[in-house]
Design a protein around this ligand. Sequence first.
Ligand SMILES: Nc1ncnc2c1ncn2[C@@H]1O[C@H](COP(=O)(O)OP(=O)(O)OP(=O)(O)O)[C@@H](O)[C@H]1O
Ligand SMILES: [Mg+2]
Length: 312
Amino acid sequence: MNESLAVEVANLTKYYGELLAVDHITFSVREGEIFGLLGPNGAGKTTTVRILAGVIKADGGSAHIMRHPARSLQAKQMTGVVPELTNAYPDLSARNNLMFMTELYGISASRGKKRADQLLKELDLYERKDQLVRTFSRGMKQRLILCMALVNDPQVLFLDEPTSGLDVRSTRLIRDMLREFNKNGRTVFLTTHDMEEANQLCDRVAIMNHGKIAVIDTPMKLRSAVSGLHSVEVSFDKHIGTEALSGLAGVNAVRKEGDRLRLYASEPSVVVASVVDYARSTGLRIIALNILTPSLEEAFVELTEKGEIHGN
Ligand SMILES: Nc1ncnc2c1ncn2[C@@H]1O[C@H](COP(=O)(O)OP(=O)(O)OP(=O)(O)O)[C@@H](O)[C@H]1O
Ligand SMILES: [Mg+2]
């Protein structure tokens, strides 16, 4: 077994009845890495995380966390988990939820309180620490769950869609906390639908689909494989045909989408400049102008069609 691996998975398999949810996957995560598992709904991400966190049992293969079997007590003591659905008690206050966790881990009351207050401050919940969790917004609950996952100072943190559906502020607090946690050489394993989240946070990303890991690479390499899919979306105050814009500098292709035009480009900033020049010279007014990065779905489709992702 490799000394520097935080997560080591070999041939891992999980069935739900007839359905093969995790299909003989093999990969590893180095200590100190931020690793992302990306994939569409139903890909098997949550199932994989739940096996790694020791919540459910695999049907085949092996999963080790810091060299201990995933379901062992040693592994669980070194692990923090932020599950897909909230696991805080709604009728306890934020601080009492944390104190409950510290008791579970056998941390003394005085140390527990210190740790709880520190985490509540870092995730900007301290002011609300005495309120019942049932009065919390979704973003506040999710931040509390992260505090709860961190009380035992884990070596490896598993998070299932940690920022899905949250606003900018909650998302930023969570991402900053993950970076901070990672600075101390700790390992982060997260799932996400969001290519941009993976891009901002992860050292490496695995794309999962239909229970299989299709590709593992750095976000940079995955994105460069689909850079032609960057696009600029524009709408003008008057109707403009696609042909008028297809000759602008930097534009690879133009598609009409509702009342907008989408210009595909390798360098979106070049296209933005040419669209602005075009509007100025023709007296058109720009109603909206957005740069769109490839979605996971687009990246996935593109990589599959190029044959860079092999489903089996
Ligand atoms: N408890 C369960 N019983 C039966 N089937 C399940 C169960 N949990 C998940 N599945 C099925 O296993 C497959 C993988 O589900 P999983 O929740 O792991 O996907 P996911 O990648 O996390 O999806 P999402 O992005 O929607 O969260 C899906 O087809 C799902 O319907
Ligand atoms: Mg899921």
